[in-house]
Design a protein around this ligand. Structure first.
Ligand code: AMP
Ligand code: ZN
Length: 453
């Protein structure tokens, strides 16, 4: 029985989809104005693991992810510049070019990290019609008001606004979340903003003026379009709880009168020296930057799996190095295994218990390590293959390692010594290889080289 922690109830709940056997997941996707850093990517590894666990448990999954290419202002609320417009101006490109470039890099990172792509990618700018229609519905139902700069959602009209974040409207400090301008309540938020100031690249005519959608409305409109008015699971990082997801619930439930999402799931932050990764504090690496430092994307995936998704994970290059060592060791051990018989039921059921307990991946990794170290266990390889459908660590994939010519020369020399039965020399050369980080195995007529000490 799969149990998932629901942010709405702050409890682990038994997972029951709306339609038996089918699961709809909506994940808030990237704002494509810059590269996604490894912190962002931790959140997408989490939703990927969620999806893989559901598939492991026999569910059919439809996964939808949006691409925010308009309307996300530099604050998560309604102030500041539009991140896309700002980046376009800075880079001297069109907003569309910027969006396509960073979205492409993002998808490349998905490939590198073995994150399976969603079934539907949806861009905010390609769903203006749906967003405008949803706002019209909210206007008709009397949930909105217009100010000089936009159309706002009146949060005082909704009972339970803030239930996800357990916000108390009156408890919010004035101006702490957002500038008031002409807003009636501190928590009110823009559904549609009118174009002001400099001419925008991205603007559409609606409600009698040129303007653009607020950030939150895209997720409500697109999730309804692709998954219906009530969805099973919605994911994102914890920073989305107080504003973005709170507002998604408000506008969706006001429009449909139905419960928007049954299970809200949020991933904790990747931190750097205990603080959120950021430009000023550090830790803002991209996957490509880690590669330049000699890491493989899979080292980072392994690193993420060592922590539960609801626990903060502290990133340092040393921590990543430790993960890299463990991952390489694991792959080496797996590469030695041969298929014997079918899956090992005992280990698989222990594994399933871990993943079904709110995706306890550190525990599941523990089960995997116990299995590889258990000399008596049968069916190791088939079991690991099955487990890896959830880990997504490509444990059975053999990489073509390039052997440097210097190493090959030593290994050839050793092979010759061995053939001449000069075992003293061959042992010395074996040690030399080991010191250089290579292990040589005799294999019938020749030898095999692999990385390791
Ligand atoms: P954004 O492109 O800013 O909308 O962020 C994309 C996703 O990354 C969102 O789900 C955020 O909640 C998440 N996120 C942002 N920073 C971090 C972090 N340091 N660790 C984990 N997730 C993060
Ligand atoms: Zn969203």
């Amino acid at each position: 029985m799969l149990k998932l922690f629901n942010t709405l109830s702050r409890k682990k709940e038994t997972f029951k989809p709306i339609n038996k056997g089918d699961v709809g997941i909506y994940s808030c996707g990237p704002t494509v104005y810059w590269y996604q850093h490894i912190g962002n990517l931790r959140t997408y590894i989490f939703s990927d693991v969620l999806k893989r666990v559901l598939i492991f448990d026999g569910f059919k999954v439809k996964h939808v992810m949006n691409v925010t290419d308009v309307g996300h202002l530099t604050s998560d609320a309604d102030e500041g510049e539009d991140k896309m417009e700002k980046a376009a101006k800075k880079e001297g490109k069109s907003a569309e070019e910027i969006a396509n470039h960073y979205w492409t890099v993002f998808r490349e990172d998905f490939g590198k990290l073995n994150i399976s792509e969603p079934n539907v990618w949806c861009k905010a700018t390609e769903h203006i019609k749906e967003q405008v229609a949803l706002i019209k519905k909210l206007i008709e139902k009397g949930y909105t008001y217009e100010t000089e700069d936009g159309i706002y959602f009146d949060t005082s009209k909704l009972k339970n606004y803030g239930k996800l974040a357990r916000l108390k409207q009156e408890g919010l400090e004035a101006g702490a979340r957002t500038e008031m301008r002409d807003k009636k309540n501190k928590t009110d938020f823009a559904l549609w903003k009118f174009s002001e100031g400099e001419k925008r690249q991205q603007e559409w005519e609606a409600f009698g003026k040129m303007g653009f959608p607020g950030w939150h409305i895209e997720c409500s409109a697109m999730s309804m379009k692709y998954l219906g008015s009530s969805i099973d699971i919605h994911t994102g990082g914890i920073d989305h709880i107080p504003i973005h997801h709170t507002n998604e619930i408000a506008q969706s439930e006001a429009a449909t009168g139905k419960k928007f999402v049954n299970y809200w799931m949020h991933g904790a932050f990747l931190t750097f020296k205990g603080e959120k990764v950021s430009k000023s504090k550090g830790g803002l690496y991209t996957i490509s930057e880690l590669e330049e430092l000699g890491f493989k994307p899979m080292d980072y995936r392994y690193f993420c799996l060592t922590a539960h998704y609801r626990t903060q994970l502290d990133f340092t290059l040393d921590n990543l190095k430790n993960a890299q060592n463990s991952y390489e060791r694991l792959k080496n051990i797996v590469s030695e295994l041969k298929y014997d018989k079918k899956e090992n039921k005992k280990y698989l059921s222990e594994f399933q218990k871990a993943i079904d307990n709110d995706l306890n991946m550190p525990k599941a990794l523990g089960v995997l390590w116990k299995l590889v170290r258990d000399e008596k266990a049968e069916g190791k390889l088939a079991t690991i293959e099955k487990m890896d459908s959830v880990f997504g660590l490509k444990l059975l994939e053999r990489e073509e390692v390039e052997i440097p010519s210097e190493i090959k020369k030593i290994a050839d020399e050793r092979e010759l010594a061995r053939k001449k039965k000069d075992f003293k020399k061959s042992d010395l050369l074996r040690d030399e290889l080991r010191n250089k980080g290579w292990i040589v195995d005799d294999a019938g007529e020749g030898y095999r080289l692999k990385r390791g000490k």
